[in-house]
Design a protein around this ligand. Structure first.
Ligand SMILES: [Zn+2]
Length: 175
């Protein structure tokens, strides 16, 4: 059988794949940290606005129409931070999320900002694909602010993503 890929070409493809995975891993890490901070943020907003203490949690509301005040306010905050909340048939992907875990797993908040199918069974950033993670970061308005704040620093997780990606990319085209 004809060998279509030379050893060198095959090595370059492997490096490209590695670069993509490295980028996904870095973005997954960023999203993980970001949505933990997002949860802390919405809880502090709820405390300031409605006096709901950050220590108050709930794990029993599973029906969106029958939620306690805490859970329904978390839902409002999720909706309020969605980039396309006003667009018809868009807004948060409620069917992705397990509302009983909103107070314990910040990734359940992230899932509301991902495409509406294929993410319900992804419990954390590591098990989520590139599209889901990018969607969550892009659709959550608050995450954009977080990005901008961080980008003002000389070294942040975002610059590290790009440094990593480009150094590997350059080593691929350099061969
Ligand atoms: Zn509740």
């Amino acid at each position: 059988m004809e060998e279509r890929l030379t050893k060198k070409e095959a090595q370059n493809w492997l490096k490209c794949m590695f670069a993509t995975y490295t980028t996904r891993d870095a973005i997954a890490q960023l999203a993980d940290i970001g949505f933990k901070a997002f949860y802390t943020h919405i809880r502090s907003v709820m405390h300031a606005k409605y006096g709901i203490l950050e220590t108050t949690t709930c794990s029993s509301c599973s029906t969106p129409s029958k939620q306690c005040r805490l859970c329904s306010e978390i839902g409002n905050q999720i909706w309020d931070n969605h980039r396309f909340k006003k667009a018809k048939l868009k807004g948060p992907s409620w069917n992705n999320t397990d509302t009983t875990q909103w107070c314990t797993e910040s990734w359940e908040l992230a899932k509301c900002y991902m495409p509406s199918t294929g993410y319900r069974d992804k419990p954390n950033a590591n098990s989520t694909d590139f599209n889901g993670i990018i969607g969550a970061i892009y659709n959550c308005i608050w995450m954009q602010c977080y990005f901008t704040d961080d980008l003002s620093k000389d070294s942040n997780i975002c610059t590290k993503v790009f440094e990593n990606f480009f150094s590997i990319y350059i080593s691929v085209i350099d061969v």
